[in-house]
Each structure stands twice: as structure tokens, then as C-alpha cells.
Ligand binder design. Structure first.
Ligand code: PEP
Ligand code: MG
Length: 874
């Protein structure tokens, strides 16, 4: 079979099928090809060396035979351009540009004005004018020295001093003499600093520049960008060689960048920058003061009108907002490059909805939804930092998105007092516990030095939409300050945290407040249409307030109501403790009755808020010691002789229930087997609440969920208590009872569990913890960084579902559960249910619904639609 071509001309690429064209020629090469062939736009002649050549060069060096092909291609380019490379009379100059199949803007290198040496520069000067030739030569030396020879810092200093001496604003304004001096200085610098020379043979210049562009695929910037964007390392970049046109030719010339719509707001209409008598690099460098697109139109009405027409053609062709680079040379327009433009979240939503309404482009709703990224939503939903201000002192885990500025408080009491005084508070704790929730509710942001992405702080902050950085393990917390290395931050000092990046900044940084555009609801509505019946999104909500927020944020029910949170308020805690401490059945029953009344009231409110939608109530899950006071504090008080009888009783009980591994101890359904009255009480309270709602004309839909099961018999008896509770209230309907899949054994024995379960909900937090044997509260502050940096794990499994291990258990649970009980509904209520990467995996495993905290619903709804669309399009 003939090998694929190594080099493809833009005007010759029409026969390549579009996906192949993009893969081989990269975005830049493919768009040039489309502009030159399909769209008949004025593009300078060009050819592209394919990504496959780059990969083979990066693997094994300059491929045999490439020189010959490059020479043949140059000859063909010379014919198209009507000039010859190296012709001292009227030389052809070329640019050499990178361009991968996925957009990596500005991450790789470009060399301009190749083909100049002393002879050809003299020829160019004779054919044009001296100053222009010297300026072009100076640009070649500058870009070749930087990109190919790797010189950088000192070049800028030489240019800056020439600009200073001449008293002009920018190097392009240097008079001819000063420009010639600058060229001489730059050439000296290259001679002094590098053992390599800029070859005078134009072909050698070209060859070295192509190699440098290929090498820039593994440049630091490019590698880091790919890591952040999840772009694979093995794609390689294409390299496009294009005849130069000169925006720096004279005052009838210039270069610009224009977007077909505003990339910041999405407003429909061209917006951009133009620079007279300049090359494109001057525009994008941001070092020169450009004029607006409107001013360009006034300056050059002819090329302006032609460009406006081209922008319409491009937007229609790409069916999206385009980012276009152009040059005008002596009054003639050349389009150099076009790509789909990057945009802010606000603009993305606006453009997507406008293009659905646009009768020419007629984007489908599915296409519009597919174009919105989770990052776009984060941008519109959460405050971010303005650039600058304060000093970053450390980074932790980006646990709950959004930025916050406030004063540091290190205890719940101090934080509450400060919030009462009206101060903005950043609560800083080693880790948080249920005791801290009152302070968290008042805080602008939460910072912890320990604990991972599913730690208490992270889950609660995410649930409430409070920015949170957790596991910032360089932080050492003392009584009245914390320290990072030598930096000491006292209580009351101002810090800023960014829960989207994990940054912790000393001092106040300006905030850009979130502005939620109207288009968000429209796009999420379309996302729901796409995902309906395939992967719907419920909320994790424990209070009526949460339930209301969740409903208005688009939740189609509650998939996890953690009832333990109802037990923690100051009025309820004594009742729980009384139940734990009860020595007789009567005492236990009395305490449970009082708790039942309180729970029933809570359930009624929640059911009212979610009227007509399913509410899954999880019976009590955490270990009992979480409801008891801290043993250490009681022991200290005992030593001081400060304990009364009741406190002594609590200490005895706390000691009795203390466990070495509480997360693997007496919790969930295991605790219920020791205190069966507990689940009976909770079920009774729930069904009574539902009855009360029904009597009031409501439509409560309740489901009961049993946590942490490991076997069929264990679940069967828990289910029995729930069924009895319903029967005890005289209800005819058999209640809906399901179980969580949180232990590997539950996943493996899903077939047995399904015989006693009306639904499953995957508790991916505990399932991850128990599959890896990694403590969900500790691992990220300890060895996770080491594991990630050494490549022992390729990602944190608490952030994205572990595809191979935990993912396979989910596959098994779904398959075995449904084999035993066809059509068994399966949800997911761990933190992975709002992570787009995990959602794709969970959908592939066959889950029907997700359940996540209200603040994460928009991203989960979008990601659910993306998963469904992705599966549909393969
Ligand atoms: C889980 O384990 O995934 C879960 C949802 O339960 P919790 O986080 O309350 O342990
Ligand atoms: Mg759990």
C-alpha cells in the first residue's frame, strides 16, 4: 500500500476526507486547505508537512527522503508564488508554523522571513526598500535565534535598548539606520552566545526551522498545556510552510486578528485588532498598541469589505465563531489562518444559542450543548480572581470551585464571632468535622491542611457552593496563626483562596463576580432533553432548603438524603446521645420516639419541597462515635476533675464505641443490626411524614436506602424492618427499598442483593476507599502526590472514577444486579456523580441516574448530556 503523503499543498488537499485532513495537516494546515480549495479565499500558497512526519522525526530523527521531498515541494511552492527561495534578485521568503490537530494556541513555535541572507536581503532591498528589507532580516534573526537556537532573554534587552536609543515606541518604528544597527547587534549577540550559526543557505534555514517546530511539540509550554487539557502526547504537530506576505511593507500594509463574534461577550459582529505597517507577530505579542476592527475598516475600506465577506464565508463554513489572522500587503488582503475561536463561558452560551436561532447556520440543540464545556459553566457560575494582587503562598486541592477573599479564623467559635461582626471569613482548619458546619455556613471560603476531595470539608463546601481548598499540606496550623514555610498568617489576616485551582494567596485579590447569563437555563434545558430517559440527575440534599435549591437548579428528585445531618443540630444531639447511652429497651424506645418526631418534621418539609419527585432517604450511616464528644477533650477534663456525672457517662460511652478503623467499623446497616429500633424509627418517621403530606394533598414519592451492605441476608432483615414499619402504620403499599453499593463485596454479590433491593445506588466514595484500601479522609494529604508524580497512579481515584478497578466493580454490580432483577434502576450518589470524566464512565457502565450536591447540578446535567451524545456518536 502506498504510504500516506508526507507533504500536502493547501490547494491540493481537497481530496483528503475532512477528519483525515485534520489529523494529518493539523488545524492550521487543514483550515488553509479548506480556505484555498472549498472557500476560494485569498490565501498565500503553502504546503504542510504532516503530523505523521513529525511523529517519525520525534521517534527516530529526520526521516530519510524528507530532504528530497522538501526540495520538490519548495520548487512547487516557488512556481505558485512566482519567486524563488534564495533568488538574490527577488527572493521568496517563507514562514514555518506549527499546528496540531487539536488547538494549542501559542504553545508551539513559528519562524518567519526564512530565506534572507546578506545576498537576498540586498536583493529584497533593491526590489522594495532598504528599511523594509532590514526589518524583515532583523525579524528572521530574532525568531531564528529564539526558536531554533534557543536564545531568549538577551534578545529582548538588545531590542529594548535600540528602541530606547531611538526614542520610538516599538522596534517596527525604528528609522532605517537604527534598524540596521539593531540587526548588527542581534547578529553579534547570536555569534557570541551560540556555537551554532544562522545558516546563510535558505534551504538549511528551512530544514532547521522545520526540525525546531517539530521539537516544540515537546517544549515545556506545550507539554504542560497538553497535561492540563488531557491531550495525548503522541499526536505530533504538523508544520506549514507558507509564502510570506508583508504587512510591514509600507503604510498601505498591516496585519490583524479578528473574531467573527466577540469572544468575551458573544456579541454578533466582528471584533479584533489591527496594526498598520506590521507583521502578525506584532499584533499577537500584545506589545504594540493596536487599533480596533472598526478603525481598520475606516483606514482600509477596500480590504475591509473583502475581509468582512470572508468572515461571513468562514463562519458559515465552520458553523461557529472563527478567529482569523490576516495581512494586507500594499492594499491586497491575504487570509493567513482561521480556527474556531476560544471564548469565555458567557460568550460560549450566547454564541451557542444564537447559532441555534440563526436560520443559515441552524445549529442543532445537540451541537449547541456539545460545544459548552464544564469549564464554561464554572466560569459563569463561580467568582474568579482578577489577575495580580497578593502573593501565592501554597496550593492545595481544588475541592469546591470559586474564589473567595476573607480574614483567617482558625476555630468555629472565632469564625462565627467574626461573621457576626460582619467580617468576611475564611475558615482555616486542619480538617473539618460536623462540629464546624455552623462556621462553614457563614464562611466565604474554607481552607484545610488535611483531607482529600471527598473529605468532610470538600463534600459540605461543594454541597453549599462555597469555595474550598483542602489538603494544603504545606500549611502548619497553630492556635492563633498558620504558617507556610517562613510566612506566618495570623488570625484576622486577609487571604484569598481559589477553589477552582487550589491557590492560596496572602492578601486580598480582586474578585470577578459570577454573572449567570439567561442562556444557561436554555442550554441546560436542551441538555436535559438529550439525557431524558437515559441519564437523569437528582440531588444530594439533606434539608428542605437544599431540596428547594436543588429543584430550582433542575434536579429531578433527591438521590441521597443523608439523615445523619438531621441528628447533629444542638437540639437533636442530646436525643441521639440518650439513645446511644440507653441501658434499657424502654430508655432506648423513649429516646427513639423523641427523635422520630423531630425526623418526621424534617421529612415533611423535604417531601413538600420535592413534591411529585422521588426522594431517596438513606437510613443512618456514620459510626456512632461521631455523635459523641471528643474523647481527648473529656479525658483532659477528667484529669482536671471537671466532669459531672453525665459527662462521665458520655466518656464511658465514647470509650466503648471507639474503634481503630471507624470507617470500617460499626456503621451503616451494621449499626442497625445492633440497634434495630433505629431504622424502624427512621422508616416510621418517613412514612408518617409521607402520609401527612398525602393528607395535605401532596404527592410524596419516597424510597428508602440501606447503606454499607455486604450480604443478602443482612439487607433482607433491614428491608424487613422497613416493611414492618410501613405495615405498622397500616399502609397497604409495600415500600420501595434499595441499597447502596459501597463495598467491593456488595458489587460482587450484587445478584444476591438485588433479590432484596428495588434499586441500587453506587456509593462511589466508599467503594473507591474500600477497593483501593485508601482512606478517603487522609490519602490526599499523604502519599497521593507522590503516587501521581511518580506515575504509580495516573489520576486521583477520588477525583475521577478509577476506570479499571472501581469501574469494573460498577460494571459487575449493574450486570449482576440486572441479571437477578431485570430493569433494576441504578444510580450513583458519590462525588463522582458530578465529575464529567466519571460520568462518561458511569454511563457506559449502564447507570440510569446521578445524584450530586445542588451546586454541582449544572455541570452534572451538561456532562450527562455529553455522555449520552458521546455514546450515540461513538
Ligand atoms: C458514598 O460512599 O459514595 C456515599 C455517597 O456515602 P457517604 O459519602 O455519605 O459515605
Ligand atoms: Mg458512603
Amino acid at each position: 500500500m502506498a504510504r500516506p503523503p508526507w507533504i500536502v499543498f493547501s490547494d491540493d488537499a481537497g481530496s483528503l476526507e475532512p477528519d483525515r485532513r485534520l489529523a494529518l495537516l493539523g488545524g492550521k494546515g487543514a483550515s488553509l486547505a479548506e480556505m484555498a480549495t472549498v472557500l476560494s479565499l485569498p490565501v498565500p500558497p503553502a504546503f504542510t508537512i504532516t503530523t505523521e512526519v513529525c511523529c517519525s522525526y520525534l521517534d527516530g530523527g529526520w526521516p530519510d527522503g524528507l530532504d528530497a521531498e522538501l526540495r520538490t515541494a519548495m520548487t512547487a511552492l516557488e512556481e505558485r508564488a512566482g519567486r524563488r527561495l534564495g533568488d538574490p534578485g527577488d527572493p521568496l521568503l517563507v514562514s514555518v508554523r506549527s499546528g496540531a490537530a487539536v488547538s494549542m494556541p501559542g504553545m508551539m513555535d513559528t519562524v518567519l522571513n526564512l530565506g534572507l541572507n546578506d545576498e537576498t536581503a540586498a536583493g529584497l532591498a533593491a526590489a522594495t526598500d532598504d528599511r523594509f528589507a532590514v526589518d524583515s532580516h532583523r525579524r528572521l534573526v530574532q525568531s531564528f535565534a529564539k526558536v531554533v537556537l534557543g536564545l531568549d532573554q538577551d534578545l529582548g534587552a538588545v531590542v529594548a535598548s535600540a528602541v530606547d536609543r531611538a526614542g520610538v515606541a516599538r522596534e517596527a518604528d525604528l528609522p532605517a539606520d537604527a534598524m540596521a544597527d539593531l540587526l548588527t547587534d542581534l547578529r553579534h549577540l547570536v555569534d557570541e552566545q551560540s556555537d551554532k550559526r544562522i545558516p546563510s543557505d535558505p534551504f538549511e534555514q528551512l530544514r532547521a526551522s522545520v526540525a525546531a517546530v517539530f521539537d516544540s511539540w515537546f517544549g515545556d509550554r506545550a507539554v504542560e498545556y497538553r497535561r492540563q487539557e488531557g491531550i495525548p502526547d503522541n499526536l505530533g504537530t504538523a508544520c506549514t510552510v507558507q509564502a510570506m506576505v508583508f504587512g510591514n511593507r509600507d503604510e498601505a500594509s498591516g496585519s490583524g486578528v479578528v473574531f467573527t463574534r466577540d469572544p468575551a461577550t458573544g456579541d454578533n459582529g466582528p471584533t479584533g485588532d489591527f496594526l498598520l505597517n506590521a507583521q502578525g507577530e506584532d499584533v499577537v505579542a500584545g506589545t504594540h498598541t493596536t487599533v480596533s476592527f472598526g478603525d481598520f475598516m475606516a483606514l482600509m475600506p477596500g480590504p475591509g469589505a473583502e475581509l468582512t465577506r470572508a468572515l461571513g464565508v468562514l463562519e458559515f463554513h465552520y458553523r461557529d465563531m472563527c478567529d482569523v489572522e490576516f495581512t494586507v500587503e500594499q492594499g491586497r488582503l491575504h487570509v493567513l489562518q482561521c480556527r474556531v475561536g476560544k471564548r469565555t463561558g458567557v460568550a460560549a452560551l450566547r454564541i451557542a444559542t444564537d447559532l441555534v436561532d440563526d436560520s443559515d447556520i441552524a445549529l442543532s440543540r445537540a451541537e449547541a450543548v456539545a460545544r459548552i464545556t464544564p469549564d464554561h459553566l464554572h466560569q459563569v457560575l463561580h467568582a474568579g480572581f482578577e489577575d495580580g494582587g497578593g502573593t501565592e503562598i501554597t496550593r492545595g486541592l481544588a475541592a469546591s470551585p470559586g474564589a473567595a477573599v476573607g480574614r483567617v479564623y482558625l476555630t468555629t467559635e472565632a469564625a462565627i464571632d467574626a461573621a457576626d461582626r460582619g467580617e468576611p471569613v475564611i475558615l482555616v482548619r486542619r480538617e473539618t468535622s460536623p462540629d464546624d458546619v455552623a462556621a462553614m455556613a457563614l464562611a466565604e471560603g474554607v481552607l484545610t491542611s488535611r483531607g482529600g476531595l471527598v473529605s468532610h470539608a470538600a463534600i459540605v463546601a461543594r454541597g453549599w457552593g462555597i469555595p474550598c481548598v483542602c489538603g494544603a499540606d504545606e500549611i502548619r496550623i497553630a492556635d492563633d496563626h498558620f504558617a507556610v514555610g517562613d510566612v506566618v498568617v495570623s488570625e484576622g489576616d486577609t487571604i484569598s483562596i481559589d477553589g477552582s485551582t487550589g491557590a492560596v494567596v496572602l492578601g486580598g485579590r480582586g474578585l470577578v463576580e459570577a454573572v449567570v447569563p439567561d442562556e444557561l437555563d436554555t442550554v441546560l434545558g436542551w441538555a436535559d432533553e438529550i439525557a431524558a430517559g437515559s441519564l437523569v440527575v437528582r440531588a444530594n440534599a439533606d434539608t428542605a432548603d437544599d431540596a428547594r435549591t436543588a429543584r430550582s437548579a433542575g434536579a429531578v428528585g433527591i438521590g441521597l438524603c443523608r439523615t445523619e445531618h438531621m441528628f447533629l443540630s444542638p437540639e437533636r444531639l442530646p436525643l441521639v446521645r440518650a439513645m446511644i447511652l440507653a441501658e434499657t429497651d424502654e430508655d432506648e424506645a423513649e429516646a427513639l420516639d423523641r427523635l422520630a418526631a423531630a425526623q418526621q418534621a424534617d421529612f415533611e418539609e423535604i417531601l413538600e419541597a420535592m413534591d411529585g419527585l422521588p426522594v431517596t432517604v438513606r437510613l443512618l450511616d456514620p459510626p456512632l462515635h461521631e455523635f459523641l464528644p471528643d474523647i481527648e477533650e473529656l479525658v483532659v477534663a477528667e484529669a482536671r476533675g471537671d466532669l459531672d456525672d453525665e459527662a462521665r457517662e458520655l466518656l464511658r460511652s465514647a470509650r466503648y464505641w471507639a474503634e481503630v478503623n471507624p470507617m470500617m467499623g460499626t456503621r451503616g446497616v451494621r449499626l442497625a443490626h445492633l440497634r434495630p429500633g433505629l431504622y424502624r424509627m427512621q422508616a416510621r418517621a418517613l412514612f408518617a411524614a409521607a402520609e401527612a403530606r398525602r393528607s395535605a394533598g401532596g404527592k410524596p414519592i419516597v424510597e428508602v436506602m440501606i447503606p454499607l451492605t455486604v450480604s443478602g441476608p443482612e439487607l433482607a432483615s433491614a428491608r424487613e424492618w422497613v416493611v414492618e414499619a410501613a405495615a405498622g402504620l397500616g399502609l397497604e403499599e409495600v415500600p420501595v427499598v434499595g441499597t447502596m453499593i459501597e463495598t467491593p463485596r456488595a458489587a460482587l454479590l450484587a445478584g444476591d442483593l438485588a433479590l432484596h433491593a428495588d434499586f441500587f445506588s453506587i456509593g462511589s466514595n466508599d467503594l473507591t476507599q474500600l477497593t483501593f484500601g485508601f482512606s478517603r479522609d487522609d490519602v490526599e494529604g499523604r502519599f497521593m502526590d507522590v503516587y501521581l508524580s511518580r506515575g504509580l497512579l495516573d489520576h486521583d481515584p477520588f477525583e475521577h472514577l478509577d476506570d479499571e478497578g472501581v469501574g469494573e466493580l460498577v460494571d459487575l454490580a449493574v450486570a449482576r444486579g440486572r441479571a437477578a432483577r431485570p430493569g433494576l434502576p441504578v444510580g450513583v450518589c458519590g462525588e463522582h456523580a458530578a465529575d464529567p470524566v466519571s460520568i462518561r464512565r458511569l454511563y457506559a457502565a449502564g447507570v440510569d441516574y446521578l445524584s450530586c450536591s445542588p451546586a454541582r447540578l449544572p455541570v452534572a446535567r451538561l456532562a450527562a448530556a455529553h455522555a449520552v451524545l458521546g455514546a450515540a456518536t461513538g
